[in-house]
Design a protein around this ligand. Structure first.
Ligand code: BZD
Length: 842
């Protein structure tokens, strides 16, 4: 450390105690300072992008002040912390979010205008960090925003992938993946912690040694690499609290491989070092089926091992070392089973390194961990082959067997000789190649297990985790998802935010969404309704510009903007949507001039990535693009119908798409979508939902009222019967005429003579309609009819949109996080003191 006399220290402290100014001149000086000294640019040599960089560094300085204050304060208070472990954090762009949360957006806007820059244009210079697949990764990001805003002492732990999710290009109507090297131009939002790194071991063997009459296990040999920390400060809204998202990157171990060196193979030794970097190089782009790859398991273990070592180190820095106090200082939340090995890793650290006895260690672990499940789809439940785990993590496999032994003893006590129970509950699946069931491991090692929407949690309790629920009913909780109103209303829809500020008299709603209840009475105020309609129109305009630029399609601003954006998956039924679009197209073609006058013009926009190996999903993208080609170029159709596939759906373009939507589709087969979270973002922005009673739609329906949502389709209790019916019915009777007609048009090459298009139809045609497209199609048409009928009454439509927006408060992630804190983590907020000198006085 720094060696200094007391007098020197006090001088340093005094200097460190001052904060960066936020008056116009101070902001301008700080931007220019970074242009000159951080970027080393001359006055003739900097672009808009450099201005973005300098601006970001200036904001970063201010973030770091709050971040350091927060870390110091939590340490001094010996705070209990919650650690959110996730293989994915889809945080999206940082600049605007930081400015909004620090309440500096206006100040910087003015400061920049003077320098000749428009703030919004600089926002667009930022890359969009895409370190996640979809809902699960985005949820983790919304949770961090709420944890910081609600002053909860917390950390996010994840992986700093060199390549985020692939960039999606559309070539010839097909999805083409291109690598997302997002760190190309550096990343001003992270702080590299060269002093925070941990050794991670792979492979090797377990040695048994006797130590004072106890047998101990020592894991040795194999390969070791280092995990290095990179912190991204996450500021809360209107608070000094700024928490860390700590991401790990793999590095070669600092020691040179002297064995290769001695054999004279200098290049081999260097090559070995390069291989270490590979572990955290790429995010797996699979959002629903398991990759089962060794590299993926290495990523999981790297995250888990580095994070648990970091957590234990922080715990051991306390004044007295009392392991029993661990659960009162540490709560770990597992974002799905991907980081489930953390349970085993903590046990290993406690038993093998800290030398606790097995049972004490197990007690500590099971009081500290909790697990969130995000899917009931059987193909998405993680299982790792025992041989792979044995090879990569031999000691962990022993510990897993130990956990399973202790647990199955309990099962045997409760249900003597009940083999059915034993085999359902066992962590190890014995059929075929032995496998470790990560969900079972997570449930057994956790204090609480939760689903992400009411209906989903009920499904967990009655289907996939039935036996666990019967054994430990109190372990199961529901925590309905939420989204942050900071990013999804305040940042994405500034005009709507300004309307709320004006009518409610303050911006308090941004932190307390329930205040929107006060707007109920304003729905009868015609001026308020007009203001709301005007805002939607402006957002539609922004969207039209963006679509023109990115898709070369001109949308009719007066058409109904109908949007489905989410990962492409059979269970989400984008196929049903595009089949309906075809049906609608055929109807328009057949309509009489009289009928044509009544047709509601629509712009149907799709967006979403297909996993690179998911053939059916990729074909649906091709179908959408083929249909778009025909319809958009049919002069008979004109403005009545447009179809767009928006390439590369991500967080930053979601911020343009969602505020412009008037209708959004959430049409998964009942019982398949755990929650959905974009449904929440859409209603917050005054968009009506066309959806099934699945996931959080069920609760959205309750919150906004059935008269303000379009619900259709088979309900969950009937799904099994309908599947049975599907399998037992002749396709010509099972599929409605309307759909058979659409099939015929596709077969006949109306959308191109492409075998693949027929194959998509084949995927559901012959008793394989597992997601009930055929079953739900007629009801879907009926619901679409109701949509049209309502859109013909703009005022009625607007009112219902407003009800959606102002009744969406339950779906703020602040509500969700508060429930986790109180009911799962037993965590109290700790507010970091504000700097003595207030911002505007500095
Ligand atoms: O999690 C999603 C669910 O499908 C949604 O219903 C739910 O709203 C969100 C948040 O709870 N699940 C995912 O996004 N899953 C993945 O992205 C994923 C990633 C890797 C491996 C498996 C699944």
């Amino acid at each position: 450390g720094l060696q200094a006399s007391p007098r020197d220290t006090s001088k340093i402290w005094e200097l460190m105690d001052s904060y960066q100014g936020s008056d116009k001149l101070a902001l301008q000086q700080s931007i220019v300072h970074h242009v000159e000294y951080t970027l080393a640019r001359t006055r003739f040599d900097f672009s808009k992008f450099h201005s973005y960089q300098a601006l970001s560094h200036s904001v970063r300085d201010r973030l770091i002040e709050a971040f350091n204050d927060t870390n110091l304060h939590f340490h001094q208070m010996d705070a209990k912390r919650i650690y959110y472990l996730s293989l994915e954090f889809l945080i999206g762009r940082c600049l605007q979010n930081a400015l909004v949360n620090l309440d500096l957006e206006e100040d910087y806007r003015e400061a920049l205008l003077d320098l000749g820059y428009k703030l919004e244009e600089l926002y667009d210079e930022e890359v969009d960090p895409a370190l996640g697949n979809g809902g699960l990764g985005r949820l983790a990001a919304c949770f961090l925003d709420s944890l910081a805003t609600l002053n909860y002492p917390s950390f996010g732990y994840g992986i700093r992938y060199t390549y985020g999710i692939f960039k999606q290009l559309i070539k010839d109507g097909y999805q083409v993946e291109s690598p997302d090297f997002w760190l190309n131009h550096g990343n001003p939002w992270e702080i590299e912690r060269l002093d925070v790194q941990y050794q991670i071991r792979f492979y090797g063997f377990v040695k048994k040694v006797w130590d004072h009459g106890v047998e101990r296990s020592v894991w040795e040999g194999g390969e070791t690499i280092m995990a290095r920390a990179y912190d991204t400060p996450i500021p809360g809204y209107n608070t000094q609290n700024t928490i860390a998202l700590r991401l790990w990157k793999s590095h070669p171990a600092s020691e040179f491989d002297f064995s290769s060196f001695n054999t004279g193979d200098y290049f081999k030794a260097l090559e070995q070092r390069q291989k270490a970097e590979y572990i955290t190089s790429v995010l797996y782009p699979n959002d629903s089926t398991e990759a089962g790859k060794e590299l993926r398991l290495k990523q999981q273990y790297l995250l888990v091992s580095a994070s648990m070592q970091d957590i234990v180190r922080r715990f051991k820095r306390r004044k007295v070392l009392d392991w029993n106090a661990f659960p009162s200082k540490v709560a770990v939340q597992l974002n799905d089973t991907h980081p489930a090995l953390a349970i085993v890793e903590l046990l290993r650290i406690l038993i093998d390194i800290e030398q606790l006895d097995n049972m004490s260690a197990w007690q500590i672990v099971t009081k500290s961990f909790n697990y969130t499940n995000h899917t009931v789809l059987p193909e998405a439940l993680e299982k790792w082959g025992v041989p792979l785990i044995e090879k990569l993590l031999p000691r962990h496999l022993e510990i897993i067997y130990l956990i399973n032994f202790l647990f199955l003893e309990k099962v045997q006590q409760k249900y003597p000789n009940n083999w059915g129970k034993l085999s359902a509950l066992s962590i190890v699946e014995e059929e075929g190649t032995k496998k470790v069931r990560m969900a079972n491991l997570s449930i057994v090692g956790s204090k609480f297990v939760n689903g992400v929407a009411k209906i989903h949690t009920e499904l967990l309790k009655t289907t996939i985790f039935k036996e666990f629920f019967e054994m430990h009913p109190n372990k199961f909780q529901n925590k309905t998802n939420g989204v942050t109103p900071r990013r999804w209303v305040r940042c994405a829809n500034p005009a709507l935010a300004a309307l709320y500020d004006r009518v409610l008299g303050s911006d308090k709603w941004v932190q307390d969404m329930e205040l929107l209840k006060q707007l109920e009475s304003n729905v009868s105020d015609p001026q308020f309704v007009r203001d709301f309609q005007m805002i939607k129109m402006e957002n539609k305009e922004r969207f039209v510009h963006w679509i023109r630029k990115t898709c070369q399609v001109d949308l009719n601003i007066d058409s109904l903007f109908d949007i489905q954006v989410k990962r492409i998956h059979e269970y989400k039924r984008q196929l049903m949507n595009i089949l309906y679009v075809i049906y609608r197209y055929l109807m328009i073609k057949e309509s009489t001039p009289e009928e044509r006058k009544r047709i509601v013009p629509r712009s149907v926009c799709f967006g979403g990535k297909a996993a690179p190996g998911y053939i059916n999903a990729k074909r649906v993208i091709k179908l959408i693009n083929s249909v778009a080609d025909v319809i958009n170029n049919d002069h008979q159709i004109g403005d009545l119908l447009k179809v767009v596939f928006m390439p590369n759906y991500n967080v930053s373009n979601a911020q343009i798409i969602i505020p412009a939507a008037e209708l959004s589709q959430h049409i998964s087969t009942a019982g398949t979508e755990a929650s959905g979270t974009s449904n929440m973002k859409f209603i917050m922005n005054g968009c009506l939902i066309l959806g099934t009673l699945d996931g959080a739609n069920v609760e959205i329906d309750e919150a906004v009222g059935r008269e303000n949502i379009f619900i259709f389709g088979t309900q969950i209790e009937d799904v099994d019967n309908m599947k049975e019916k599907m399998r037992n019915t002749d396709p010509h009777e099972y599929f409605p005429q309307e759909l058979l007609k659409v099939f015929t048009e596709i077969d006949n090459g109306r959308f191109g003579h492409n075998e693949e298009l027929k194959w998509i139809v084949d995927s559901i045609r012959y008793k394989n309609d597992n997601y009930l497209v055929g079953q739900d199609f007629k009801d879907y048409i009926k619901a679409q009819q109701q949509v049209d009928d309502l859109y013909r009454q703009p005022n009625e439509w607007a009112k219902k949109s407003i009800y959606n927006a102002i009744r969406s408060y339950k779906f703020s992630s602040d509500r969700t996080i508060q429930e986790y804190a109180e009911e799962i983590w037993q965590l109290k907020p700790i507010k970091v003191p504000e700097p003595a000198v207030q911002k505007h006085e500095r």
